[in-house]
Design a protein around this ligand. Structure first.
Ligand SMILES: Nc1ccn([C@@H]2O[C@H](COP(=O)(O)OP(=O)(O)OC[C@H](O)CO)[C@@H](O)[C@H]2O)c(=O)n1
Length: 332
C-alpha cells in the first residue's frame, strides 16, 4: 500500500556565528576553544550548497556575527564581508541577516543599513534613498514578516542599547544608556570582564546588549496583532534570552523583559532562535511551552564537521534537522 509522506507547510535554514576572517586559527579569549577563521567560509559554503540541494527552504535565518571582529585589525572588514556575501550570490531562497556584536566591531549602523546585511522589509527603498538612511540611522533594526499564511517571524535587534564597537554613535542616547547600565552593574575597568559578577549578573559585559523600551513595546504590539490574526510566531535575535538555553554570560541584559513578553503571549510564540554562545544550547520552557534554541557557532567547528540546519514547519510541530554539531529535534 502506498503511504503518503506528510510534507511541511514550509521550511527555513538556520546558521549562526560564522565569524569568517582571513586569519590563522587561534584560541578564543578564555583559551578553551579553537576558532577556525578561514574554515568558517567553507562551512558556510557547504551549508548553502546543502540548502540548494535540499531545494525546499524558503529563507535562511543567519543569526549574526557573519564576520569576525579581528578583521578590523587588518582593515579587512569589507573584503571579509564580500567573501561571505559571495557565498549567498544567486541563491534560490530569501535571506534574513541578524546583527550581532561582531557586525558592530566591523561596521557602523549606517554602513550596515546600506549593505546587503540589511534585510528589513524596507531594505529595497532604503538602499535607493539615502535620505531615508540618514533618518533611520539612529533606529534599531527589528521587523516581522509572514512567510506562510498563519505564521509570523520576528527579527529582534538585541544590540539596540549597546556600546559594542562602532555600532552606536558615542553621543547617542542608546550608547549613553548602555554605559549607565554597564557601569552600574560591572565595576571592572575592562567592561568585557565578568570578574566579581555572579550567576546571571555575569551577562553585564560589553559584548552583550539590550533592547530599548520602544522595541519591547513594538514586540508586544506585533504579538498582539499576531494573536488577533490567529498566527503562530517564531522569534530570532543574535543573543539568547533564557538562562537555561546558554552560558549565562551570553544572555541579553534585559532578558527578563523579553521572557515576560513571551510569557504573556505563550499562546502565540512557538520558539526563540539565537546564536552568540558558541557552545549552543536548548531549553524547553515547560511553563509556557516555548522552545529556546541557541545554535552552536560555526567559527568553533573543526574541519570535517559543521553546525547549521533546516527547520520544517508542520501545523503541530517544528522539526529541526541539524547537520554536524546542531542536534536534530522535534519541537511540538
Ligand atoms: N571573558 C571575556 C570574553 C571576551 N572578551 C573580549 O570580548 C570581545 C568579544 O569576545 P568574543 O569571544 O570575540 O565574542 P563572541 O561574540 O565571539 O563570543 C561570545 C562568547 O564568548 C561565545 O561563547 C573580544 O574583544 C574579547 O577579547 C573579554 O575581554 N573577556
Amino acid at each position: 500500500m502506498a503511504t503518503t509522506e506528510e510534507r511541511p507547510l514550509f521550511s527555513f535554514g538556520i546558521i549562526a556565528d560564522v565569524q569568517y576572517g582571513d586569519l590563522d586559527d587561534a584560541m578564543n579569549f578564555t583559551q578553551t576553544k579553537k576558532r577556525y577563521y578561514r574554515n568558517a567560509l567553507y562551512l558556510l559554503r557547504e551549508a548553502v550548497q546543502h540548502w540548494k540541494e535540499e531545494n525546499r527552504i524558503q529563507f535562511v535565518l543567519q543569526l549574526g556575527d557573519i564576520i569576525d571582529g579581528f578583521n578590523t585589525r587588518r582593515k579587512n572588514s569589507e573584503n571579509a564581508l564580500q567573501a561571505v556575501l559571495k557565498e549567498f550570490q544567486g541563491v534560490p531562497f530569501g535571506l534574513h541577516h541578524i546583527w550581532g556584536n561582531h557586525e558592530f566591531y566591523n561596521f557602523s549602523r549606517s554602513y550596515l543599513m546600506k549593505s546587503p546585511l540589511f534585510t528589513g522589509p524596507e531594505s529595497q527603498d532604503i538602499a535607493s534613498n539615502l535620505k531615508e538612511v540618514v533618518k533611520k540611522e539612529a533606529d534599531a533594526v527589528y521587523y516581522d514578516f509572514s512567510p506562510y499564511n498563519g505564521y509570523r517571524f520576528v527579527i529582534l535587534d538585541n544590540y539596540d542599547i549597546s556600546m559594542c564597537g562602532i555600532g552606536r554613535d558615542k553621543d547617542s542616547p542608546q550608547y549613553k544608556k548602555a554605559g549607565e547600565i554597564l557601569r552600574q552593574m560591572n565595576k571592572n575597568e575592562e567592561l568585557n570582564s565578568p570578574d566579581g559578577l555572579f550567576g546571571v549578573d555575569r551577562r553585564f559585559v560589553l559584548f552583550n546588549g539590550g533592547m530599548g523600551e520602544e522595541q519591547l513595546q513594538w514586540l508586544r504590539e506585533t504579538l498582539e496583532v499576531a494573536r488577533q490574526r490567529g498566527e503562530k510566531v517564531v522569534i530570532s535575535g543574535h543573543v539568547p534570552v533564557h538562562p537555561n538555553s546558554c552560558y549565562v554570560m551570553c544572555l541579553l541584559w534585559n532578558y527578563q523583559d523579553v521572557l515576560n513578553i513571551l510569557q504573556d503571549f505563550s499562546d502565540v510564540v512557538l520558539a526563540y532562535f539565537s546564536g552568540h554562545d558558541h557552545g549552543g544550547g536548548y531549553h524547553f520552557d515547560s511553563g509556557n511551552e516555548i522552545h529556546h534554541v541557541t545554535l552552536p557557532g560555526v567559527i568553533e567547528v573543526p574541519p570535517g564537521s559543521n553546525a547549521f540546519g533546516t527547520v520544517d514547519v508542520f501545523s503541530d510541530r517544528l522539526v529541526m534537522h541539524g547537520v554536524g554539531q546542531l542536534e536534530s529535534r522535534v519541537m511540538k
